[in-house]
Design a protein around this ligand. Structure first.
Ligand code: E4P
Length: 222
């Protein structure tokens, strides 16, 4: 299972990288636009900050433009994965980029049918948007669970990457469904490290230990 962080902030990636739980970074044009550096510099800096994939979305909406951007992104880091929106032009651009051996997949996905078409085109990943499905009144978890069942039934190797995951409850349901990969915004990831009963339990242990010294107080290790 892979866990990604959804951010364009190099500082945030460095902060969470040390926890050891994140495998890569997803971005989108809105996140990159919120930085004060260029698209290329953002992707290069993220690539330096993590030993894992950095997802970068194309801006063009025509096939030639998407392919040109995808080729360029591919050179911006050792493990850049090109994100292409789920449009007819996007599927064609995906086909072209994958034929060249470039890692690329389909994003802004809302249906099992869109996901299947991407997997048939040998997409590296498919990113359904759970939160936005629920904004539209659909059961986002059920749609993604159905995608995972479909991918498993066909034996597709495309990674199912649940995106637009905004709450700890949504993330937990995706884990229980055994989804291949989940990307979380920093605040949702942060929330997963905490539980009020954990804080309460630790406070109790601290109280009972009182002012006794650390078992390795001299820190000599001997
Ligand atoms: C995926 O990579 C997208 O960046 C992201 O998950 C979208 O989330 P949102 O719907 O909360 O903007």
């Amino acid at each position: 299972m892979r866990l990604y962080i959804d951010t364009a902030s190099e500082e945030t990636v460095r902060e969470y990288r040390s926890s050891g739980v994140i495998d890569g970074v997803t971005t989108n044009p809105s996140l990159v636009a919120s930085t004060d550096v260029s698209y290329r510099a953002t992707i290069e800096r993220l690539s330096e900050a993590i030993d894992g994939p950095v997802f970068a979305q194309v801006i063009a909406d025509d096939v030639e433009g998407m392919v040109a951007e995808g080729r360029a992104y591919d050179s911006w880091g050792p493990d850049v994965i090109v994100k292409i929106p789920a449009t007819p032009a996007g599927y064609e651009a995906l086909e072209r980029l994958r034929a060249e051996g470039i890692e690329a997949g389909i994003t802004v996905v809302f249906s099992i049918a869109q996901a299947v078409l991407a997997a048939k085109n040998d997409a590296t990943f498919v990113a359904p948007y759970v939160g936005r499905l629920e904004d539209a009144g659909e059961d986002g978890i059920d749609v993604v669970t159905g995608m995972q069942e479909t991918f498993d039934a066909y034996g597709f190797e495309t990674e199912l990457l649940a995106a637009s995951v905004r709450t700890r409850a949504q993330a937990t349901k995706l884990y229980r469904a055994g989804v291949d990969a989940v990307t979380l915004p920093p605040e949702t990831l942060e929330a997963q490290f905490h539980h009020h009963k954990t804080a309460e339990g630790i406070a109790g242990f601290d109280d009972d230990w009182g002012d006794r010294s650390s078992p390795v107080a001299d820190r000599s290790g001997e």
